[in-house]
Design a protein around this ligand. Structure first.
Ligand SMILES: Cc1cc2nc3c(=O)[nH]c(=O)nc-3n(C[C@H](O)[C@H](O)[C@H](O)COP(=O)(O)OP(=O)(O)OC[C@H]3O[C@@H](n4cnc5c(N)ncnc54)[C@H](O)[C@@H]3O)c2cc1C
Length: 443
């Protein structure tokens, strides 16, 4: 009888969990080690007073096909997990409360959804609508030879100013967690292509109806346990013990544990440290160390009374707030989550000043905003790698020079034919986890 190998997965974020689910699905025996008390990594639930919120507000979209596949594997009911909304970017001026741009896409097949959406917007003149459709289509579909910044790329085509400033640039910052002046045009073009040159529902917004821990990590955990896998939380892998060709064991506190295969699903910085003393992998460590990281700040504001927005997710312009989400969708109708991506002046402010500034911006946009009673600021310093031009050169692939060691995580490059990789996203993490598991099975 063929004995299936014993596989260790280090890291219980979405990438490690996706790898574990894929291996369990194929009847492999896995043990997953997670250093913290809970699963989910950067996309996990947190406690605030007696409430359950997320480590940071997350948004998923219909283009997250790997996520939907993984949820399908673990028999999750996605219609219950998400509020699926047709794509609408309602961008508000946070200083005067006026609508700066409003783009709603109907559910027609692509590219008709974009065509009708642009024609129906009241944010552009007829002339600008025609210019936009012609030029945006060209921008979207003309290959970029040498990677440049998104700002330089947008300069190559004269788009209506309002569309660029009030929509495309904020979307770039949100999607790539990188300011357009520093962001990779190739990566942004690829994200736009995967979203817009695709079935209409790929542009839908999927807003979780529960905390992130319940969207994937806890369901994945049940699936793994039901399939004979083991999950060990509060277990920090300190060292990968190796010879010239293999990792033969893991050091966890005073224990040395042997495994046939290892999947390293830790964040980039941890992976670099674990690999730096292994001669066959030190080049990977050096490569990862060239990556730089961007923060994401989430400010939860709790109000005295329930609060609602004109749309469950609003874009905010010309202030500190960038995106505001109703937490009513996930059960807290008195809380809003305000997200600010990447470096910026907001990081120099105290929580009190930031909260007051954002409260004022919100009160410009929302009529009769209730009184603020509490706030919580979470700044994830290493939320995402900076997605700058040619960043993929600094991203390691799944395989290493050691036969039984593979890597996954949102920072791992998994594309073929030099296609641009996804930025730091849940979808990128899940795709890399599944691919890494499949590659382990193949080996
Ligand atoms: C505030 C914020 C907002 C975001 N918003 C979005 C969004 O709207 N949409 C989107 O798609 N993406 C978003 N992201 C990005 C997304 O959360 C990440 O891309 C994804 O969670 C990365 O998953 P991962 O498994 O690759 O890494 P991680 O989540 O970092 O998982 C790695 C795991 O390894 C564990 N670990 C570390 N060291 C060890 C060790 N020595 N031994 C054992 N375990 C260890 C960690 O505790 C962690 O659980 C956001 C991220 C943040 C922080």
């Amino acid at each position: 009888m063929l004995v299936k190998k014993n596989i260790a997965i280090i890291g219980g974020g979405w990438a490690g969990l996706a790898a574990a689910v894929e291996l369990c699905k194929n009847n492999y025996k896995i043990t997953l080690f997670e250093s913290s008390p809970q699963l989910g990594g950067r996309a996990r639930a947190i406690k605030w007073n007696n409430l359950t919120l997320d480590n940071g507000q997350h948004l998923m979209i219909g283009a997250y096909q790997q996520m939907l596949d993984c949820l399908n594997t673990i028999q999750a009911d996605t219609s219950q997990l998400f509020k699926q909304l047709p794509h609408r970017m309602l961008m508000m001026d946070s200083q005067n409360g006026e609508v700066a741009f409003d783009l709603q896409l109907p559910t027609y097949p692509a590219p008709l959804h974009l065509l009708f959406g642009v024609f129906n917007t009241s944010s552009l003149s007829l002339k600008d609508k025609i210019i936009l459709l012609l030029r945006f289509n060209k921008l979207l579909n003309t290959p970029i030879k040498n990677d440049i910044s998104v700002s330089e790329w947008l300069n190559t085509v004269k788009l209506p100013k309002s569309y660029r400033l009030n929509l495309l640039e904020p979307v770039c910052l949100a999607a790539l967690t990188t300011h357009p002046q520093q962001a990779s045009a190739k990566a942004f073009q690829s994200v736009l292509q995967q979203t817009f040159n695709a079935p209409a529902d790929f542009t839908d917004l999927l807003i979780p109806t529960t905390d992130l821990g319940k969207v994937f990590p806890s369901l994945a955990e049940s699936y793994i346990l039901q399939h004979g896998g083991e999950i060990k939380t509060r277990c920090k892998v300190q060292k990968l013990l190796h010879d010239k060709t293999h990792i033969h064991s893991l050091q966890i506190d005073n224990d040395i544990l042997n495994f046939d295969h290892i999947i390293l699903a830790t964040p980039a910085g941890v992976s670099a440290k674990l690999l730096q003393d292994i001669p066959a992998c030190s080049h990977i460590s050096e490569q990862i160390n060239k990556l730089t990281f961007e923060p994401v700040s989430t400010l939860y504001i709790q109000f005295k009374d329930p609060v609602s927005l004109p749309y469950p997710m609003l874009g905010m312009l010309n202030g500190l707030s960038e995106w505001v989400f109703e937490r009513a969708t996930s059960g807290h109708n008195d809380i809003l989550a305000v997200v600010i991506s990447a470096q910026g002046n907001h990081l120099k402010l105290s929580q009190e000043t930031l909260t007051n500034t954002i409260y004022n911006e919100l009160s410009n946009v929302i009529k009769d905003l209730p009184e603020l009673i509490n706030s919580k600021l979470i700044i994830e310093k290493h939320a995402a790698f900076q997605c700058h031009p040619d960043v993929d050169k600094n991203r390691p692939g799944i395989d290493t020079n050691l036969k039984n060691l593979k890597i996954c995580g949102d920072y791992v490059y998994i594309e073929e034919n030099n296609q641009p990789g996804l930025p730091s996203t849940l979808e990128g993490a899940l795709r890399s986890g599944v691919k890494c598991a499949q590659s382990t099975i193949k080996d």
